[in-house]
Ligand binder design. Structure first.
Ligand code: SF4
Length: 235
C-alpha cells in the first residue's frame, strides 16, 4: 500500500472528532487548489510503501483516545483492494472507520461501503475537478451516485465546501440544489475557504492567485449568504 505516512492523533481531519489519520497516494482528479498534489500524483518524494505492522502498532497504542481510523489522500479508493483488507481487519477489532474520498468512483466505494462508519468529502463545483466540461459533468454524476450509495447505507457524511473567489453565488446554489436530494441520511456541511501560499502549496499557483483567499469582508459575507442558501436548499 503506497502512502505518505500517518499521524497518531489528529484533531483536524474530521470535524469535532479525534482520529488516527493515514495518507494514501494516487488520485483520479486534478483539482487546481490541491495542496496534497504530490501525494495525489504519487510522487517518489512524498510516497513510499506503508509499513502496515508498524502503523497498526501505533494505532493500537492510541485506540482508546480516538474516534476513528481515518484514511485520506490523495484518493484512498485508488488502492481499494488493500484498503478493503485493512478495513476488514480493523473493523473486526472494533475500530470505527472514516474515509475521506472525492466520491467520484462509486464502483470502488461499493467495495468498502459496509465497512464505513463515516465519510468526508469535498462538495466541489464541477469546474474544480481539473477536467473539461463534458468530463467534469460525467464525474459529477458519479459523485451523485456515490451519495446515493451512502444514503442507502445510512452512512454519516461530512461535506466540505471549498469556497473560492470569482464564482457566482448562483453556481453554489445550483450545486446545493443538485446535491441535497441525494442526502437522505445524517450529513453536515463545513464551509471551507480555500487557502493558498504561503499557508499551502497548491497544484496551480496561478489559479490560486485568482481564486484562493477570498478577502475577509467578502469572505464573511459570502459565507453568510452561502449558509442561508444551504438552509433554504435543505428545506
Ligand atoms: S480529489 Fe483531493 S487529493 Fe485528489 S486532486 Fe482533488 S483535492 Fe487533491
Amino acid at each position: 500500500m503506497k502512502g505518505a505516512g500517518w499521524k497518531s492523533i489528529s484533531l483536524v481531519d474530521v470535524k469535532g472528532k479525534v482520529t488516527f489519520t493515514l495518507w494514501l497516494c494516487g488520485c483520479n482528479l486534478r483539482c487546481p487548489f490541491c495542496h496534497n498534489w504530490k501525494i495525489a500524483n504519487g510522487s517518489r518524494e512524498a510516497c513510499s510503501e506503508i509499513d502496515i505492522e508498524k502503523m497498526k502498532g501505533d494505532l493500537l497504542s492510541v485506540l482508546t483516545l480516538i474516534d476513528y481510523f481515518h484514511v485520506t489522500g490523495g484518493e484512498p479508493l485508488m488502492q481499494v483492494n488493500e484498503l478493503k483488507g485493512l478495513f476488514k481487519e480493523l473493523k473486526s477489532e472494533g475500530v470505527k472507520i472514516s474515509l475521506n474520498s472525492n466520491l467520484t468512483l462509486p464502483w470502488l466505494l461499493e467495495e468498502v461501503l459496509p465497512l464505513l462508519d463515516h465519510v468526508a468529502t469535498d462538495l466541489k463545483l464541477p469546474e474544480f475537478y481539473g477536467y473539461g466540461e463534458a468530463t467534469s459533468s460525467a464525474i459529477f454524476s458519479n459523485f451523485l451516485k456515490s451519495l446515493d450509495l451512502l444514503a442507502e447505507a445510512h452512512t454519516k457524511v461530512e461535506l466540505r465546501i471549498p469556497i473560492a473567489k470569482g464564482y457566482e453565488l448562483s453556481a453554489y446554489e445550483n450545486l446545493f440544489r443538485a446535491v441535497v436530494p441525494h442526502l437522505k441520511f445524517p450529513h453536515y456541511f463545513v464551509l471551507n475557504r480555500l487557502l493558498g501560499p504561503p499557508l499551502t502549496e497548491p497544484r496551480d499557483e496561478i489559479w490560486c492567485r485568482a481564486h484562493c483567499f477570498a478577502g475577509l469582508e467578502e469572505g464573511v459575507e459570502e459565507l453568510d449568504k452561502l449558509s442561508k442558501i444551504l438552509n433554504t436548499a435543505n428545506l
